[in-house]
Design a binder for this molecule. Structure first.
Ligand SMILES: [Zn+2]
Length: 81
């Protein structure tokens, strides 16, 4: 199930130091990630103000991209079909 975007954006905006921005696609990823889960890039922007801005943008913008969450099966039952 896809997590609520506004909820995620709020969590990130409150703790931007735990995240970083993908320098290629702009995705917000966990600070510990080695590569971007969406585009597999290795370059990141660690500026916390940029991360917080991106999180707030994410909360108000309509969704336009396919994320890795969309590519995951909804449940084990769905995978068996
Ligand atoms: Zn990326």
């Amino acid at each position: 199930m896809t997590p609520d975007r506004r909820e995620i954006a709020t969590t990130i905006a409150n703790d931007p130091a735990s995240y970083k921005l993908c320098a290629v696609c702009g995705s917000i990823v966990d600070k510990s990630a080695v590569s971007c889960p969406d585009c597999y890039a290795y370059r990141f922007d660690h500026d916390t103000s940029h991360v917080a801005d991106a999180a707030l943008d994410l909360a108000i913008k309509p969704r336009t991209a396919v994320s890795h969450f969309d590519l995951m099966p909804e449940s084990p039952e769905a995978e068996e079909e």
